[in-house]
Design a binder for this molecule. Structure first.
Ligand SMILES: Cc1cc2nc3c(=O)[nH]c(=O)nc-3n(C[C@H](O)[C@H](O)[C@H](O)COP(=O)(O)OP(=O)(O)OC[C@H]3O[C@@H](n4cnc5c(N)ncnc54)[C@H](O)[C@@H]3O)c2cc1C
Length: 397
């Protein structure tokens, strides 16, 4: 069985398969387990509590703290791979997956082919899949799990004038720390967890002015409440109508987070639980954002409408001239080149089905790590990995 990606989803899947007695070979384009985390900005901590972020089969050590910092998460993933003796091949990028039947005759399940090759260790003899990877390798596999990450490709909107803008414009994926922005005027675009945290990081780190461009008003949850809030949301969501859970969440939120309407960040009209079910993660704030907004060290402004050579026009028509624009505007899954031709993605590039279910007409192809999860992606990844392993064991590998 082949697993594409050695991030949390690929590791959890390979470990679950191992526990079920199924050998899995994991391919990763990176040089080292944990790199998908090491690449994030320095200040990053998990916004889900430690106990809700660990992968099945190994707890995150208590000494890593309740809100695990970036490097410790990367280290945990390395230890996880070692503990489960996972078989990982690094610096191999999967370019395309084809049905073995479509790709013509090959050497048969379980054996590698092409100019470079390797066995896959899976399969019960069906036609399966051909996986084309770096260096002309083509690997055969009866079953393939795609776990290449839903935060795969940094996405910057195609704002009018983006091509003529001469100022510094970077995606949050390339932001590390506030040092280069000391004394500068910075516009952070996007009020998700990443945008909010980078804005506070810049304000704390000596930026002259920090604006935060907000397109969709975010829900803000205080960090100490985030863990049980998510758990309560999941529990209540199973028993009560979404509207009722939204109302309860709004009451709790009013107690925990002051009204920031006077500072340009009013509470959203739509419910927290409803939004979370649609995949919109609330901002989990350790107090830094609320304080910075109230002290006007982070200034919420309307969304970006357009760029020109020297500035940015906001949705209310105001034009600003920041020294740098940091786009915390999300990610794309980047699955089109790899599996787009298999008719397994929807119009937004999301896998049509995820977890143990394979998309129609693509038996043995699975996607792990692509679900919108109220309780956090890492927790969902653990659950999906277990289900894939059980399905593989049930149907013979
Ligand atoms: C800044 C940030 C903070 C987050 N914080 C939290 C949090 O606190 N709690 C939470 O639950 N979730 C969080 N998430 C969401 C999610 O849990 C993480 O993104 C998590 O790392 C997802 O794991 P993954 O294995 O699906 O993807 P990744 O961690 O992205 O791993 C994918 C792996 O696949 C490899 N790969 C990609 N394409 C290919 C290819 N074609 N061939 C071979 N290898 C490939 C990559 O090298 C990478 O190692 C956060 C996400 C981001 C971006």
């Amino acid at each position: 069985m082949l697993v594409v990606g050695a991030g949390p989803a690929g590791l959890a899947t390979a470990a679950a398969l191992g526990r079920a007695g199924i050998r899995a070979l994991v391919l990763d384009r990176g040089a080292r387990v944990g790199d998908s985390w090491r690449r994030h900005y320095d200040r990053l901590r998990l916004h889900t509590p430690r106990g809700r972020s660990e992968l099945p089969g190994m707890p995150i050590p208590r000494r890593y703290g309740r809100w695990v910092p970036r490097d410790r998460m990367a280290h945990y993933l390395e230890e996880y791979a070692e503990r489960h003796e996972l078989e990982i091949v690094h610096n191999v990028e999967v370019a395309r997956i084809d049905r073995a039947a479509d790709a013509g005759p090959g050497p048969g399940s379980g054996v590698g082919s092409g100019s470079g090759s390797g066995g896959n260790g899976g399969g019960n003899g069906g036609p399966g899949w051909k996986v084309a990877a770096t260096g002309g390798r083509v690997l055969d596999a009866h079953r393939v799990v795609v776990a290449a990450g839903s935060c795969h490709t940094p996405y910057v909107p195609d704002w009018p004038g983006r091509d003529v803008y001469r100022g510094e414009l970077l995606h949050a994926a390339h932001y590390r720390n506030p040092a280069p922005y000391e004394g500068k005027d910075v516009l952070v675009v996007g009020a998700g967890n990443t945008g909010a945290e980078i804005a506070v990081d810049l304000a704390d780190g000596g930026a002259k002015r920090v604006r935060l461009a907000v397109r969709t008003l975010p829900h803000i949850v205080r960090r100490p409440m985030a863990g049980w809030g998510a758990a309560a949301g999941r529990l209540l969501g199973g028993a009560l109508p979404a509207r009722t859970v939204d109302r309860l969440a709004a009451r709790v939120s009013r107690l925990a987070v002051p009204d920031l309407g006077a500072y340009g960040l009013p509470r959203p009209a739509s419910g927290l639980y409803t939004r979370a079910r649609e995949g919109a993660v609330p901002i989990v704030d350790d107090g830094g954002l609320v304080a910075a907004v109230r002290e006007r060290r982070v200034i919420p402004v309307p969304a970006v409408a357009a760029l020109d050579a020297g500035g940015v026009t906001l949705a209310d028509g105001e034009r600003v001239e920041p020294d740098a624009v940091i786009a915390a505007t999300g990610w794309r899954r980047g699955l089109e080149d790899v599996v787009g031709h298999l008719d397994v993605l929807d119009d937004l590039g999301r896998p049509r089905t995820r977890g143990w279910r394979s998309p129609e007409g693509a038996a043995g192809l699975h996607f792990v790590g692509y679900a919108a999860a109220v309780g956090g992606s890492l927790r969902e990844i653990g659950a999906e990995a277990g289900m894939v392993a059980r399905e593989a064991a049930r149907s013979g590998g």
